[in-house]
Write a protein that binds this ligand. Structure first.
Ligand SMILES: [Zn+2]
Length: 275
């Protein structure tokens, strides 16, 4: 499943071909959206961004195309006129002079007034996007201390899109490892230093993964791991997927647990008992 960094990279690719471009032609094939093509035709795209797993294509006439890929949806970009060979169902096509942005298979698509986007039933439930430029470590710390969140386990909180949107399974393990906090601890159990470290790690790890297209460890660590052989999956993480391998910090074997029905990897020494 793509997480915040992968979704933002997809939004960036769409932004690159659509931003400041006029939509010369548009198609919406889902029931209820028959008239949407007419509404965006001739309009200019201002920007493409994302919030959690929602893709938001904002037009200059005051509407935003909201789309959520769920499990199967995918955006593809093609040169105009070069329709990709696929068995997937086309849901949305936005054609500029040079390119086509094509949404396949997704069923969760809406045109929504931009000024009321915050009231969208899915978006209004989300916490801040982890890669939003205005999000700070102090804001994360204050959410961790909020009574809504502080008595829940970190393992469950760090998959809750209402806490922070865009964090998924691999980021959860990597952030908690970097912050040296036990997955089963609650924010209320942590010291001030730990909670601040967790706030910082949440941003650092997510932003690094976005910048490096999915590598959560430092460049030096990635280089060291690469020398041991293996592909991308073997050097991008410090904890995730490394069950039974030595912790890069202390040498203890990394443990795998199922928490919240999703696999979580952690070091019992570095992230030592807290509850
Ligand atoms: Zn360790």
């Amino acid at each position: 499943m793509p997480e915040g960094p992968e979704i933002r990279l997809a939004a960036d690719r769409l932004h690159k071909v659509l931003a400041d471009q006029v939509i010369e032609d548009a198609e919406f094939t889902l029931p209820g959206l028959e008239g949407a093509g007419k509404r965006v035709r001739g309009k200019r795209v201002e920007r493409v961004t994302c919030h959690g797993k929602a893709m938001l294509t904002q037009f200059d006439h005051g509407e935003t195309l909201y789309s959520h890929n769920q499990l199967y949806g995918v955006w593809r970009i093609a040169r105009r006129g070069n329709f990709p060979r696929t068995n997937r169902q086309l849901r949305v096509a936005l054609h500029t002079d040079a390119h086509s942005a094509l949404l396949f298979s997704a069923t969760d698509v809406e045109l929504w007034p931009t000024e009321h986007l915050a009231e969208h039933p899915f978006l209004k439930k989300l916490g801040p996007d982890v890669l939003d430029e205005s999000l700070t470590a102090a804001m994360i710390v204050s959410r961790l201390r909020d009574k809504t969140f502080k008595r829940r386990s970190l393992a469950s909180l760090y998959l809750d899109q209402g806490f922070i949107a865009g964090i998924g399974n691999y980021l959860r393990s990597e952030i908690l490892f970097q912050a040296k906090v036990p997955p089963k601890a609650r924010p209320a159990d942590l010291t001030k230093t730990e909670i601040q470290r967790l706030g910082r790690a949440t941003l650092t790890i997510s932003q690094r993964s976005y910048r490096t297209r999915g590598v959560t460890v430092t460049q030096a660590t990635a280089k060291k791991l690469k020398q041991q052989g293996g592909g991308f999956e073997s050097y991008r993480f410090a904890a995730f997927g490394r069950k039974g391998q030595a912790c890069l910090t202390c040498g203890t074997k990394i443990v795998r647990d199922e928490i919240g029905a999703r696999r979580l990897y952690w070091c019992p020494t570095c992230q030592g008992p807290k509850s």
